[in-house]
Design a protein around this ligand. Structure first.
Ligand code: SF4
Length: 291
């Protein structure tokens, strides 16, 4: 069971204005150092305004950046694509592009820009700090899926955990998973890592990208598996995936598949799922291999 329905989704019970004031006060307190919020850096400048840029661009001059604007709404376009021009379906993936700065923003403007870069993240950050985050646990999220996504409710708990390892670790998403399998069944994975930057941003509910990956995982998990020496139990789709990954690595195309393209066996999250599953398989008897 998730948090009570009446409170669910109410991540800023005192209103967004309170979360915004808290964020700006937090930035102000940091002085000249500014704060990093996931991959963005927020700084209060001498004139009482705010500046945002990519955290890795901190030491670059404004003149060296490709895009400098005082329009907070331009953050929307910045967040859409990676530096290589690929669509970003998940804004908290660690692939925010560099080379831009938003300057001369007032408080509401800084909040608006950050919300375009990381939708709802500052509200969740504030809710996490104040103990007011409301979470929806996996079984409820899965239970309300319909149509082609409804089979995700059939996923066994170990497969859900491996999907979290594949989809939600820092290498692919900078939020911290705050939901569990249900209220009495902890996920128990990805615990204890340090926040990226100064802000810890909780994830209150499995996102649509996670549900899409889970749908693909159902298909993989339903297929019969046979023992392969050194690998453990492997299904036909997984064997084909291994071949595709090796072929893509060999011809230099590994890593070029779009983030949400789960039909492709060389998708990063699909590879991460296979890696998590194989890591959990009983280890091969190395002494046998050496003989
Ligand atoms: S479900 Fe996972 S991938 Fe999606 S936002 Fe939450 S932590 Fe990130």
């Amino acid at each position: 069971m998730s948090d009570v329905a009446g409170g669910r989704g109410v991540h800023a019970p005192a209103g967004v204005a309170e979360a915004r004031s808290a964020l700006l006060a937090w930035v102000d307190q940091a002085g000249e150092a500014g704060r990093t919020f996931l991959q963005a850096r927020l700084l209060r400048t001498g004139d009482g305004r705010y500046e945002l840029r990519h955290r890795r661009d901190v030491h670059r001059s404004l003149r060296s950046l490709e895009h400098v604007s005082s329009d907070p709404f331009s953050a929307r376009e910045i967040a859409q694509t990676t530096g290589a021009g690929a669509h970003r379906p998940l804004k908290t993936s660690p692939n925010l592009r560099q080379g831009w700065a938003l300057v001369g923003l007032d408080g509401p403007g800084a909040w608006t820009a950050l919300d375009y870069l990381y939708p709802a993240a500052a509200v969740h950050w504030h809710a996490g700090r104040t103990g007011t985050l409301r979470v929806t646990h996996w079984r409820e999220t899965a239970g309300r899926q319909s149509g082609i996504y409804s089979p995700v409710r059939l996923l066994a708990d170990p497969a859900v955990r491996d999907t979290v390892r594949a989809c939600c670790a820092d290498a692919v998403c900078l939020r911290r998973v705050a939901w569990d399998l249900d209220r009495g069944t902890p996920l128990g994975v990805l615990d204890g890592g340090a926040a990226t930057g100064d802000a810890e941003v909780p994830c209150p509910e499995a996102c649509s990208l996670f549900v899409s990956l889970a749908r693909e995982v159902v298909r993989v998990e339903r297929a019969p598996r046979t023992e392969v020496p050194g690998l453990g139990a492997v299904g036909p789709a997984e064997a084909a995936q291994l071949r595709a990954v090796v072929a893509a690595a060999a011809d230099g195309t590994l890593g070029t598949v779009r983030e949400g393209e789960f039909g492709d066996p060389t998708n990063l999250r699909r590879i991460r799922y296979l890696a998590a599953r194989l890591a959990a398989a009983p280890a091969a008897d190395a002494s046998n291999e050496e003989r």
